[in-house]
Design a protein around this ligand. Structure first.
Ligand code: PMP
Length: 397
């Protein structure tokens, strides 16, 4: 439950309880509050003021397929992808906006389930699959309205059939692996959705410019603004873009313009950090450059976590991998947003309960279609909570 928080006193203006060394540490959700420290240092660079008369219309640009997309968000999305080089946003792609990438995920299922159908009108729902361990929201979101168009069908690795929608999350939530589709969409009626929420330089080297048919991104994981609820899709095919837009139209008649303007300003501030000439800014790279800040934090946290796991002796983590990052022009390790932690103690078959008994809340491997000896731990919480977590973990025997 999103409201499942302890009743301890709230930290100033964060809406979250302040943590103390014996607090319950909640690392179940991937709440990206780690990034607050960066945005506190940026002054008014990402501030927006919206006069009372603005953003009142339902419409943003009636000439665009996505008629509720604010033109400045469209521009800033393309600009940031151009700077980072993680996706081919300019090559004829349509940019679509959603209330989080979660809404666009649903929009894509809606748009593709029609397209993937075998056309014989038998009304069988299209199978939605993803290689395990998969993001726990995929089955939950796919099935919660019991749609007649599509149905969750589990692990893509064991799926048999040629009409499907495959979800490819890379780097993968929960285990951080770099993934490609496992089903061959050239044969049959297969379609893929690429969820690239974590394909940003703070988490992984940028090794290629992704150019898939449907790619999903979100400010939640790129800049840390999960509460703004803005995600975007890059979509190659105009008809798919039109159907996805139709879904958002029927679901929420568009997406908050106030949030879109804020997201555009935040993305612009990130790009400015890399495009302004160094002599124009007196601040250090980690106070003006988001990905430098993020990478440094993630490197520190992963090294703290690996040290704690070594000190404890009862856990294991995925091996570290690395690659050449075309954005930073350096070889860099992957620093996933989640730790996929395994408890190796013979007498522990449910790692989440074991950690809960030590007041550490995580998400069980079971929810990702995997073994309950694994848990997913958020690496994106605030410093104080993360430090208490690693200290507590290192003492578990
Ligand atoms: N995809 C993945 C892989 C995620 O981890 C998340 C957030 N946990 C989302 C999508 C949803 O992001 P949003 O906040 O934009 O709805």
């Amino acid at each position: 439950d999103w409201r499942d928080r302890s009743t301890a006193s709230m930290a100033p203006s964060t809406g979250k309880p302040a943590v103390t060394p014996d607090s319950v540490i909640n690392l179940d959700h991937g709440d990206p509050t780690m990034f607050e420290a960066f945005w506190r240092e940026t002054g008014d660079a990402a501030e927006v003021v919206i006069p009372g008369w603005q953003t009142m219309s339902y419409f943003s640009d009636v000439t665009n397929v996505c008629w509720f997309l604010e033109p400045d968000l469209d521009r800033q999305v393309r600009r940031l992808h151009r700077i980072v080089g993680n996706a081919a946003a300019d090559d004829g792609y349509h940019v679509l906006v959603g209330t989080g990438s979660t809404q666009l995920f649903m929009a894509a299922l809606y748009a593709l389930s029609d397209a993937a159908g075998d056309g014989d009108g038998d009304g069988e729902p299209v199978a939605v699959v993803s290689t395990a361990p998969y993001y726990s929201s995929y089955p939950a979101v796919t099935d919660f309205l019991r749609s007649g168009l599509f149905r969750w069908a589990g692990d893509a690795d064991t799926f048999k059939g040629d009409t499907y929608i495959e979800l490819v999350c890379s780097p993968n939530n929960p285990d951080g692996t770099i993934r490609e589709s496992v089903l061959d969409s050239k044969t049959g009626n297969g379609k893929t959705i690429h969820d690239l929420a974590y394909y940003w330089p703070q988490y992984t080297p940028i090794t290629k410019r992704a150019d898939h048919d449907i790619m999903l991104f979100t400010v939640s994981k790129s800049t840390g603004h999960a509460g703004t609820r803005i995600g975007w899709a890059l979509v190659k095919d105009r008809e798919i873009a039109r159907r996805m837009t139709k879904f958002v139209e029927l679901n929420t008649i568009g997406v908050s313009k106030d949030s879109q303007l804020r997201a555009a300003k935040v993305l612009a501030a990130v790009s400015d950090g890399y495009e302004r000439r160094p002599e124009m800014t007196s601040s250090s790279p980690t106070t003006s450059r988001l990905f430098d800040f993020g990478r440094q934090k993630m490197v520190e946290r992963w090294s703290m976590l690996r040290a704690a796991v070594a000190a404890s002796g009862i856990f294991s983590l995925p091996e570290e991998t690395s690659g050449f990052c075309n954005f930073t022009k350096e070889t860099a390790a992957t620093n996933p947003a989640f730790a996929w932690l395994r408890c190796d103690r013979e007498d522990v078959d449910d790692c989440a309960s074991f950690l809960r008994s030590h007041k550490i809340l995580t998400r069980s491997g079971e929810q990702f279609g995997a073994d309950p000896r694994y848990v997913r731990v958020s690496m994106l919480d605030r410093d104080d909570a993360f430090e208490i977590f690693v200290n507590r973990l290192s003492s578990l025997k």
